[in-house]
Design a protein around this ligand. Sequence first.
Ligand SMILES: [Zn+2]
Ligand SMILES: [Zn+2]
Ligand SMILES: [Zn+2]
Length: 258
Amino acid sequence: MRLRFLGTGTSHGVPVVGCSCAVCTSTDPRDSRYRCSAIVEGDGGEVVLIDAGPEFRVQALRARLSRLDAILVTHAHADHIHGLDDVRPLTRGKPLPVYASAPDIREIRARFAYAFMDSQAGGGKPRLELTEIAPDGVTIGSIKAIAVPLLHGTRRVFGYRIGGLAYLTDCSAIPESSMELLGDLDLLVIDALRLRSHPTHFSVDEAFRIALRLKPSALLLTHICHDLSHAQLEDHCARADLPFPTNPAWDGLEIDLP
Ligand SMILES: [Zn+2]
Ligand SMILES: [Zn+2]
Ligand SMILES: [Zn+2]
């Protein structure tokens, strides 16, 4: 199985429109962060997308994406679903299953109402098959994904566990019942917005505290804002000296997993 990061930035993306800070004007390509999204490729060739943010089209082109078997939605915030229309070229053959919570399905249906209305043939619309994810998860070929309930401020959202991978973007608390779903991880990917605390996202040190409880084999940070450059965050991770490799993720990073 392979994980590919399509975007690792917070809701504004980095650089932030109108900002001229050192990170937003950095020439390090790792300081350019599209909105959060990732692809999981299964050993059977299946391709599952986690979230379709506003940059989905350019992310898909950059990743040379030519196939999609399903989308797993973490939650219906704009930075995670507003690229849903752009999956259209990959839904020509058959409708694309989109898995989400029941409240998020209602939001997607409202936000993309035109996609679910009858209209003339040829009126370009993505063929999305909205499906509430079952409590025991969903199987897409060789990929078995389990929704992990998280809190994003007061909003209930999902992370996903796929084999030894846990992908937990957009969260500020993890219920104890969900911590139980997160044992024996090969890789924990977790929200770490910035050093300062935030009402709806883990700070870097809060993310470290969760990781110290879960003890994954490796830790990667995502949903990163423009407070720190990649190099500065890398330094902060090294200084924390956690008992497992710890790094910020970056757009384009690929990780092979068992
Ligand atoms: Zn977000
Ligand atoms: Zn900036
Ligand atoms: Zn969010």
